[in-house]
Design a binder for this molecule. Structure first.
Ligand SMILES: NC(=O)c1ccc[n+]([C@@H]2O[C@H](COP(=O)([O-])OP(=O)(O)OC[C@H]3O[C@@H](n4cnc5c(N)ncnc54)[C@H](OP(=O)(O)O)[C@@H]3O)[C@@H](O)[C@H]2O)c1
Length: 255
């Protein structure tokens, strides 16, 4: 097992208005995180949120950024690197559940959901990886989802996009393993956040503080990891993946 690494002092957050991201930043501040760039599609909404609930971080910079705008990723990374004086940690918290988007969705909705959950973040993480490899140091945390481990008929668009991002992050982690860069994949189950507002909690539901604690733990690891939150979801989904499809459809299809 690789030795633990120093806690990050600077961070770029893709999807900087995420509830999970804010909980993670507050937790990482305890370990010394002190400068962050939050990349968001609606800076005014984020500023209003920060006025209500300030982050316990010395310097917070907000950047306008949309995951769907492929031309925006490289300039964002360059500006963030300059603002932060080098990026120690990148947290990818972009995501759009599309509440129950399945067979009723039209093509444009599918394209937008896949772009927000997979192709957009993957393109941005590529620019991030170039920066970190040049620097010879850094950590990327990609928030994937247990929904990507086995698709359900009720949200297979989100699930399949998360599966793509999850595989991308694993491959990226292997590609940069010799360059001082780690790529951790975090797979939460149901988390109470604005993404899941109004939905009935699934079994093993958890909260943003629990995910934050797991993120703070994994960033100290010296090599790329995959973690499940809570941890029992890992072995459980190892079994559920092998379950016959008619049984899976019956027990999980409408969740
Ligand atoms: N909550 C759960 O049950 C759960 C479970 C497993 C994994 N996850 C993953 O955890 C991550 C954080 O989710 P969360 O629970 O913290 O929900 P959240 O608060 O809704 O965070 C998701 C963030 O993604 C941003 N976003 C969506 N589309 C975007 C785009 N095109 N460009 C830029 N930003 C965009 C949203 O921006 P706005 O604020 O402007 O809407 C939002 O801030 C996501 O990747 C999600 O898929 C969540």
């Amino acid at each position: 097992m690789a030795a633990p690494i120093e806690s990050p002092h600077t961070a770029l957050v893709l999807g900087g208005n995420s509830d999970i991201a804010h909980a993670a930043l507050a937790r990482l501040a305890v370990d010394g995180l002190c400068r962050v760039v939050l990349a968001v599609r609606d800076p005014d909404a984020l500023q209003a949120r920060l006025a209500r609930s300030p982050l316990p971080i010395d310097e917070v910079t907000v950047e306008a950024w949309d995951a769907l705008d492929a031309a925006a990723h490289r300039p964002l990374v360059e500006r963030a690197a300059e603002t932060l004086g080098g990026i120690d940690l990148v947290l990818c918290a972009v995501g759009s559940l599309g509440h129950g988007a399945g067979i009723g969705a039209r093509g444009q909705t599918v394209a937008d959901l896949i772009a927000a959950n997979f192709s957009g973040p993957a393109a941005a993480l590529t620019e991030v990886a170039h920066h970190l490899v040049r620097r010879g140091y850094g950590t990327i945390v990609v928030i994937s989802s247990i929904a990507g481990v086995r698709a359900r008929r009720s949200n297979y668009i989100y699930g399949s996009a998360k599966a793509g991002l999850d595989a991308f992050a694993q491959g990226l982690g292997d590609a940069v393993a010799g360059d001082g860069v780690r790529v951790h994949v975090v797979r939460p189950g149901f988390v109470t956040s604005k993404m899941t507002a109004g939905l009935a909690p699934a079994p093993f539901a958890t909260d943003t503080a629990t995910v934050a604690e797991c993120i703070a733990g994994v960033v100290r690891c010296g090599s790329s990891r995959i973690i499940h939150v809570p941890a029992p979801l890992g072995p459980l989904f190892g079994l559920l993946r092998a379950m016959p499809r008619p049984v899976w459809r019956r027990i999980a299809g409408d969740r």
